[in-house]
Design a protein around this ligand. Sequence first.
Ligand code: TXA
Ligand code: MG
Length: 305
Amino acid sequence: MAFPTETVYGLGADARNEAAVRRIFAVKGRPASHPLIVHLASAAEFQTWARSVPAVAYELAGRFWPGPLTLILKRSASVSDLITGGQDTVGLRVPMNSLAQQLLQAFAGGIAAPSANRYGRVSPTSAEDVRADLGDLVDLILDGGPCEIGVESTIVDLSSGPPALLRPGGISAEDLEGVLGQPMSSERGSEVRAPGMQAAHYAPRARIVLADASSLASVAERERGSGHSVVVLAPGTPALSSGIEQIRVPETLAEYARVLYRTLREVDRRQFDVAVVQIQPLSGLGLAIRDRLTRAAAAKLDQQP
Ligand code: TXA
Ligand code: MG
C-alpha cells in the first residue's frame, strides 16, 4: 500500500515478503538492482536489520529519528538481496509522520518503501499524486494529506569510511555536521548504490532550465522566442515580458521544499513546455531543492537527440 511520510508518499511492502517486494519494482517500473529503504517504527530495531552499527549511527538516530534521515549500514544476514540490490548494505529510516508511525507500529515489522511514483518521475506529496501516477496498480493509499517536508530524506552512508552524504534531503547537511563534528564527504557511490543520485531523475514532462535572478527574464524570453510556452518559477515579482507566466514560489526554503514537487506537477498540468526556475541558495533545504532541480533539468538534456 501507499502511505504518507513527512517527506513524500512511499509505496510500501513487507520487507520480509519477497513476492510483495517484487510488486514494488513492477508497479514503479524500477530496475531490480536499485535498493530500497526499510522503514522501521523505532531505532530499537537496528539490530534486526544491520550489523556492526558504528557509534555515530546511534548518535544520528538519537538526534534525528524519527525524521527525514536514512542511514546506510552494513546489512544483517537476514536482509533480502531484493531490498539491498545485492549489496552488503541496507538503508534504514524511522519516519515521524503519525500515520506512518501508526502503520509501522501496527505492522510490527520493516516496511520497504521507495517513493510512490513511476521510476524517474516527480515524487508524490499527496494521496492524489499517488493515484495520478500509479492508478489502480496500488490497492490501497493511506491519505495523510500533504507531506510536511516535501523532499525525500537525507541519505548518509555510515557503512564504511567517514560519513558520506549520498543524497541531500529533509535534514540539512549543516544540522548533520553539527552532530558529526566534521564535514561530510559527498563523494558519490557507484550509480547502482543510489539511483536517486543519477543525473536524470525527479523529472516532470516540461523541460527545466535553471537561471539566476538577474537572467530569469532574458532566459524566459529566449525560450519563448523559440516557440515554447514558458513559465517562470521564482519568489517575488520579477519583471517578465507579457505572455510569460509566473508561478510564485515561497520565499523561505522550508516552504519552497514543501511545495516543490507539487509545483512541478502544476507545470505539467498546465502543459508548459519549459519552466525557467530561479536558482536558490545552497544552505539548509536549499541543497536538496537545488539537487532535485538540477537532476530534473538533466533529465530532459538526456532525452535530446
Ligand atoms: O524520504 C524518503 O527517503 C522516501 C520515503 C518514502 O521514505 N523514500 C525514498 O525512496 O525516497 P527511493 O527509493 O525513492 O529513494 C531511496 C534512495 C534510492 O536512491 C536508493 O538507491 C537509495 O536510497 N538507497 C537505498 N538503499 C541503499 C543502499 N543500501 N545503499 C545506497 N543507497 C541506497
Ligand atoms: Mg524515488
